[in-house]
Design a protein around this ligand. Structure first.
Ligand code: C5P
Length: 226
């Protein structure tokens, strides 16, 4: 209906960090709190969508009316996305997925003994967004949105990501700006897309940019879904 523009649509969202185990008591992770992904899930639900939220470990309560799947590692998240992706119309990858994991997970707690250094070998995790971009349905392909959080060359890097991962939109946010990124209630984003929309401007390399001032994460979620 007019009031619920996502009625009948299935939306898949990834959120939060991943944890990559080293041994039974330790892991590698990042500062993601899941706030942006959970805000997207709630806004999509409020617009009428059936929402599946694949979430890494966060301390946010499950939003009502959203199907939440809890995962720990990037490999777990990848498996859950592979299971649900074919059925969604729109996928938004907002998770801060660990790019690497320890090559071996020690069965026993790693002991320090007399060591003064400890070497870890890390191996690359699957890129879930890139997989999704390469596996869109032939009929009614999914609309795919990713994030780019950068500390330098934000738009150039986000633009490369848009093309390399076959995304339809990249939400770029700088970690260098006050009120943007991890652990804040607000974000400052630029949306990048290969197609024009209201208020977008064409950048030199054929990418359309829509810039927003600082907004609350629910407002950012609304802008992305709009
Ligand atoms: O290449 P980079 O990690 O900067 O891209 C970020 C985007 O890719 C985000 O949308 C993130 O959720 C997604 N991503 C992913 N799987 C990975 C790494 C990133 O889905 N292994």
């Amino acid at each position: 209906s007019h009031d619920l523009p996502l009625a009948g649509k299935r939306v898949l969202i990834t959120a939060g960090p991943t944890q990559e185990a080293l041994d039974p008591v330790r892991y590698i992770t990042n500062h993601s709190t899941g706030t942006m992904g959970y805000a997207l899930a709630e806004q999509a639900r409020d617009l009428g969508a059936k929402v599946t939220l694949i979430s890494g470990p966060v301390s946010i309560n499950e939003p009502a009316g959203v199907h939440v799947i809890h995962v720990v590692s990037a490999q777990d998240m990848f498996a859950a996305v592979q299971e649900h992706y074919a059925h969604c119309d729109l996928a938004i990858m907002a998770a801060a997925v660990g790019d690497f994991r320890p090559e071996y997970v020690s069965k026993e707690k790693i002991k320090k003994h007399g060591k003064t250094t400890l070497e870890l070998t890390l191996v690359a995790n699957p890129d879930i967004l890139a997989w999704a971009g390469a596996h869109k349905r032939e009929q009614h392909p999914q609309i795919l949105c990713g994030f780019a959080m950068e500390t330098q060359d934000l738009i150039a890097n986000a633009s490369t990501k848009l093309r390399a991962k076959h995304a339809d939109m990249i939400v770029a946010n700088s970690l260098r700006e006050e009120g943007a990124g991890f652990g804040t209630g607000t974000n400052i984003v630029t949306l990048l897309s290969p197609t024009a929309s209201a208020n977008s401007t064409l950048a030199g390399d054929g990418v359309y940019l829509t810039q927003f001032d600082r907004m609350s994460k629910p407002q950012v979620a609304q802008a992305i879904l709009h």
